[in-house]
Design a binder for this molecule. Sequence first.
Ligand SMILES: [Zn+2]
Length: 441
Amino acid sequence: MTEYHYPTFEHLYPSGVQRYDVRARLIRNYDIFNYNHKGKTKQTWKMLFVDVEGEGIQCNIFGPAIEKFVGRFQEGFIYILLAVQVIFAEGKNKIVPNWKQMIIKEETNVIREEEDDISIPSFHYNLVQLNRLSCHIDCTNRVYDAMGLVLYVSPVENIGVDSVKRDVAIMDTTWTVIKLTLWNDFVHVLDENLNHVDICPIIVACGLHVKSFYGTYLSTGYHTRVYVNPVNEKTTSLSTWYKSEKLANIRRDWFRSSTFSLKSSIDISNTPRIRLSQFSSVRKVQYCRVAAYACRVDSVDNIIYEACNRCLKKVVIFQGLQKCQSCNLTNTVTIPRLLLRLTIFDKSGNLKVTILHDLAQHLLGCLATEIKSVLQQPNGRNRVMEKVFACFGNKAFSWVLHPPIEAFNPEHSYTVGYVLHIDWAEECMWLNKYIASKKRK
Ligand SMILES: [Zn+2]
């Protein structure tokens, strides 16, 4: 028997007129989608095939032709499609970036091969590295595939009356951590018990939307498929990387024990580490991080300010009365708020920073009202100063800072987002990695 060589997708030309015979594996078989067009219900059925070269192509069946093929397709099998049409890919809802697509017509013949052929790949991922996702925010006509190690799984949350969601934090070899929101049926692919066992599963999610809400995240949608621990060369290479990277383990453990919100944990994880001398030129990131000591605490006289109890803005004294300019109220009821100003330094320089109320209360381990009452006692200033020194003196911290919005001004005091204890062993590991990556370039 002479073997017939079917053309690969590369050799299909979208003429619309010519019919092709192709041989390919069905990778994804979506549900038939009903939609309304000018008052009539229409149907479309979408599939993803992959050829022997590993190229993916979308395939559609429309309208009445659908009936002929119902029940004929099963994911994973190889099909011979005789007399298939090839057209330019539709611009909307592309499931693969291919510029052409196939249409199965009424006259197309579909033959399922009963024997497998391993020369045709059994998976197709259109992977985007997690550090490159932000380039694709809100490309509503496109979906993307992502692969990552699952660092953390959140509990299920009800959204509205009939929706549920679950967030997972995933990381790839770029060390970028991204939130993946799993909706409805997908919440069950993972559960939060995972946070307590010593494994780090790999999730591959295909057909995701890249979204932005105070940061880039991924979300499942109509064309999404989620695979947990699939075995193929891509996932094997990721798990090999994970096993060889001690830091990846540390990152996972940190994530699972983090007391911050998931969003904060992700922000902190993705924050670039810099030296203070570089701070003035940092742009376009939400935060940057420095390892530094506190060297000077500004006078504790201004550690407390009186704020309007409605809007929490600082009040001014106007004709002897406390006035909130924001609410335009005189004789405002006030509450004390903390504001801690420090100067921090590393080997490269120093910087004035401000720690706002909530973080200051958290770090000092006491409430603004307590500080206020200590200050009113004899020797109160010294006692408060001692408290601040006990917290910051002679200790290095990891300072997560908002970078300058406008031109850097050394007299300005920059707001601290988070203050973390430093694990020097981890810090050295990062530093070595950083030096190694510089050498490679
Ligand atoms: Zn106010």
